[in-house]
Design a protein around this ligand. Sequence first.
Ligand code: COA
Length: 375
Amino acid sequence: MYKVQISGTGLYTPKEKISNEELVQSFNKYVDEFNEINSEEINNGKIQPLEKSSAKFIEKASGVKSRYVQNKTGILDTSFMRPKLRERSEEELSNLAEMGVIAAKDAIKNSNIDVDDIDAVIVACSNLERAYPAIAIEIQNALDIKGFAFDMNVACSSATFGIQTIFDMVKSGSIKSAIMINPEICTGHLNFRDRDCHFIFGDVATAVILERLNEENIKENSYEIIGTRLLTKFSNNIRNNYGFLNNSSPDGVGQSDKLFHQNGRKVFKEVVPEVSNLIKSHLEENNLSANDLKGMYLHQANENMNVLISKYVLGKDAPKELAPVVLDEYANTSSAGSIIAFHKYNKSLNKNDLAIICSFGAGYSVGNVIVKKIA
Ligand code: COA
């Protein structure tokens, strides 16, 4: 068995940004328009009027202040309310591949790995742009990487499940290194007309390079993977019914269940204990104590949720530097959230410091990776 290191990470952040205030202004305009158009049915009690959203509520309930997006005008246009993305020819890079390539190049530069030394590409994300060919193979081709590539989807936990997949392959010796890429255009599956969730997501792409670790190959700012732990438990509380069979059931096409929908309260209550228990037992299994942790790079869905999880794990409130927040700026970016936090904040760790990268979300799915800074 070989040791494995995370030797570099990369980030692509879209140029456009929407603040809570801008998003709420557009949502409330849509509410006024809807209530006006449907005033007759509303007045005779056939339908309920829509309620307005509030930037204050969004920040208090979730911690989100802003989000980066691939297209701002389409989302804020009350007659469209989704990102407007140009149709691409089959000769062009697809949307996910394009942003994935940028994040991948950043990770390759940061890990200082030769592209010829990368054996595999995994795209791990919550929404894939098409059925086939795999986005990962498209990125493999764009970067001129040899070996093999495939896509995988475990919703918000895709990145930690991707890390375990590569970790196992490098550990066993079937490959020496691989790159995992998490392109997330979460605004494409978000219902911007739904007051309960219109503020949740943003867009981003992250990438992580894993390599065999030995005396001759210790990279600068590198992290040994001490262990990984995954868990899934079926739940309908976060769901999206969009899929290739939709056309075979025409009645459902265009219905709101073909976008992200959730029971946020239940998710909050059920996921917090699952995640805290998994982190605690995973640390115990490795004879580590939560007090040994110098970094907790948690999934970025809800700040209050993260505060509670770190409190359960540590037995006390976690200082912000220990469990950094990026969702205030990025919102929920699904699988990429914990990787953004790790990418932006791991430089503050010292040699031999221990940290976790932990994700959780639809499925339910939970993934935890324990890392130790080695250089
Ligand atoms: N603006 C103003 N008020 C709003 C609102 C909005 N956009 N959305 C909901 N409200 C109101 C509700 O109508 C409700 O009012 P009431 O008390 O008069 O009935 C109140 O705010 C509380 O609503 P609720 O949905 O219970 O809010 P919450 O405190 O649970 O926060 C989430 C909602 C979604 C932010 C929160 O539940 C959450 O983040 N959960 C975890 C979700 C998660 O991690 N999902 C994974 C996704 S991958």
